[in-house]
Design a protein around this ligand. Structure first.
Ligand SMILES: Cc1ncc(COP(=O)(O)O)c(C=O)c1O
Length: 398
């Protein structure tokens, strides 16, 4: 029986394929150092677990409102208002089973078939997948690189706009680059979005995963909240990746439609888990602080080891839990110039280090000459970072 045509346009998160290869390698008895997936091996803070268990035991096991429990929506509005200088109320919030569903629901709500959507490349692969699945044209924008890190290529961005451009997707504090916009870039994007009359999806999954400085949201700039939806997630800040809880935050008309999509898709997000998240937002904050401290120790160690590796240069991001080192020279030295798949497999087999490459985050631009890998340090202990990256250093040297 034929499968519906639209399925041929549905992409995937190819990092999961790397995870499958790592698991198979481990099953053969090899040691594997998991730098590939942005999952977390840090436990969810105990007060959050207790609150969720308590809610489950006290009967919060039935359906709840499709937009989420009002207490959580109100607490999240308050939290976001204090960090982003906005005026949201609970009406601006639709709780979701994770941050990821916000992407597809926003695109379904704001994009017509044939519309064009600007999205980051390298970037989180689900944007392109959802745009194309829903009949839009995915138009990648790009980043420039200097030894400090990655910056939006603003001239290139301007050249991509057509009368059909409808949405701009910004993942400031970016996966996989670890990049963050400068104040000038944020102001430029704000002016750009207003000048071209675009909707804005602000993927702020890593807003709270920051080791120094202060995260800034474009939604704080006058005129943007009216046309923006924030992708919020509990996954990273509270180490709750497997709990599946997030939110769409934006203008009430879009949020009402998002809630209607919730009714059609999952009815509501998991009921008792929302009480855990409420405790996360309003209770003792030592858990998230400890999570950040753990991640910072891992980042510092990984960046130091990578920068001491022959043929590798690794900028040190202030936020996210990803590193995107340049490995052009190393790949050339090892005889893998331009062959990402061969390089990743060779590294896995010879060192046990499992990683993603630039290819997992979109098609390289035709004039892209440098090569990169992505390492996530959210799911690996400092001990294994040291062991794995020391093996990687020895590999690079040999
Ligand atoms: C940039 C970005 N956006 C959204 C998500 C989705 O997060 P979740 O669905 O786990 O909340 C992720 C997860 O890794 C991400 O990296």
């Amino acid at each position: 029986m034929p499968i519906a045509q639209r399925i041929s346009r549905l992409g995937t998160e190819t990092a999961f394929a790397v995870a499958a290869r790592a698991t198979a390698h481990k099953a053969q008895g090899h040691e594997v150092f998991p730098f590939h997936l942005g999952d977390m091996n840090i436990p969810t803070p105990a007060n959050i677990m207790d609150a969720a268990c308590q809610a489950m035991r006290s009967g919060k096991t039935g359906y709840c409102p499709s937009a989420g429990i009002p207490e959580l929506r109100a607490a999240l509005a308050q939290d976001v208002n204090s960090s982003r200088k906005t005026n949201y109320t609970l009406e601006n919030i639709a709780i979701q089973p994770g941050g990821k569903p916000v992407i597809g629901k926003f695109i379904m709500t704001c994009m017509n078939p044939g519309d064009e959507v600007l999205y980051p490349n390298p970037g989180y692969p689900i944007y392109e997948s959802q745009i194309e699945f829903h009949g839009g044209r995915a138009v990648p924008y790009r980043y420039g690189y200097d030894h400090q890190g990655f910056h939006l290529d603003l001239d290139y961005l301007e050249s991509l706009v057509t009368p059909r451009t409808k949405i701009f997707i910004l993942n400031d504090l970016q996966n996989p680059l670890g990049a963050q916009c400068t104040t000038q870039e944020r102001e430029y994007v704000a002016e750009f979005v207003l000048r071209h009359d675009l909707y804005l999806l602000l993927d702020e999954a890593y807003f709270d995963i920051r080791y120094s400085g202060q995260s800034q949201s474009l939604v704080s700039i006058p005129g943007l909240a009216e046309r923006s939806v924030i992708l919020y997630t509990f996954s990273k800040k509270f180490a709750m990746t497997g709990w599946r809880l997030g939110a769409a935050i934006g203008p009430q008309n879009i949020i009402d439609i998002t809630s209607r999509l919730n009714v059609n898709d999952e009815s509501c997000s998991n009921h008792f888990i929302q009480y855990g998240a409420l405790e996360g937002l309003t209770g003792d904050q030592s858990g998230p602080k400890q999570i950040l401290a753990t991640l910072k120790t891992r980042r510092d160690m990984a960046v130091e080891l990578l920068n001491a590796t022959s043929g590798v240069h690794c900028p040190c991001p202030e936020a996210t839990f990803y590193l995107f080192p340049e490995v052009t020279k190393l790949m050339r030295n090892k005889g893998f110039a331009g062959d990402y798949a061969g390089f990743a497999e060779d590294v896995l087999v010879k060192t046990g280090v499992s990683l993603c490459t630039r290819l997992h985050f979109g098609c390289p631009q035709p004039d892209e000459v440098r090569s990169y890998i992505r390492l996530a340090y959210s799911g690996i202990t400092t001990q294994d970072i040291k062991k794995g990256l020391s093996a990687f250093q020895a590999y690079a040297q040999s």
